[in-house]
Design a protein around this ligand. Sequence first.
Ligand SMILES: CNC(=O)[C@H](Cc1ccc(NS(=O)(=O)O)cc1)NC(=O)[C@H](Cc1ccc(O)cc1)NC(=O)OC(C)(C)C
Length: 309
Amino acid sequence: RTRQAPPAPAAPAPAAARTSRPVRVADFIDHYRLMSADSDFRFSEEFEELKHVGREQPCSAADLPVNRPKNRFTNILPYDHSRYKLQPVDDEEGSDYINANYVPGHNSPREFIVTQGPLHCTRDDFWRMCWESGSRAIVMLTRCVEKGREKCDRYWPYDTRPVYYGDIAVTALNESRYPDWTVTELMLCRGAEQRVLKHFHFTTWPDFGVPDPPTTLARFVRAFRERCPADARPVVVHCSAGVGRSGTFITLDTALQQLAAHADCLDVFGMVHAMRRERVWMVQTEQQYICIHQCLVAVLEGQDLAAPP
Ligand SMILES: CNC(=O)[C@H](Cc1ccc(NS(=O)(=O)O)cc1)NC(=O)[C@H](Cc1ccc(O)cc1)NC(=O)OC(C)(C)C
């Protein structure tokens, strides 16, 4: 009787894609040196692992014909499961739609509402989102025009005269200008209700790039946290597409709050992985991913990153 060969061992299951890569704070500076060696070779490898995260999720609302004109870019659409929904208006199809997603931060799984730079035709929806979400802060990370291209509508007043966006009146109360950002206090009025909202506008961050020097971003994050209302309401964050610069800002803000809370580890990979499950391409470029690490190294080295007074 011929002996049958034993069955071949089952092929090893493919290594489950990692969702986190925590680094001990005590080792972070050495970790940065290792990752950046050989022209950032290991940063490139790690960033590449994030490429497809979340991309299998549907964006059916964004794809509706009535909503297509509301998207600034054809390839930056909000996933259905995490999209911000406006209060529907009567039975108007698409009236609950805006290109925006909830994204987690240090303080809550829905700490941020990340959105595209408003279009002229969506700026009333943008203010409705700010009002209905109860937000008390907007972080803007693009200029309205960059290299001759419109990146974002001028959706807030140029001076102190009130401007209506739909049924919401917005009035600029005061403005503080610094070399790399401007903070404006805005009064919002809807019916008999009034509320103050702070607008933090970073003005020197080139699209697809990083601030120069990168640590300017850490200064801005500090300035934002020092002046942001300390409550649980969502912070609205946008750039032009609402993915690259917005994701970079949120990741650094989250990591700096973890350091301030004396965390033992930092998991930048895990933060970006979690954000990309909620919105596409959060932290868009490898340089932005490295910039986050450079800011964290500067903070750990004790560099003076005090925000301006
Ligand atoms: C590389 N550029 C882009 O992908 C931008 C969207 C985008 C993403 C991120 C950022 N940076 S930001 O998030 O930091 O603001 C700006 C713009 N998309 C477009 O320009 C897309 C074209 C495109 C590019 C790349 C791609 O893989 C698929 C389609 N163009 C486009 O949507 O054209 C319109 C505006 C006329 C409708």
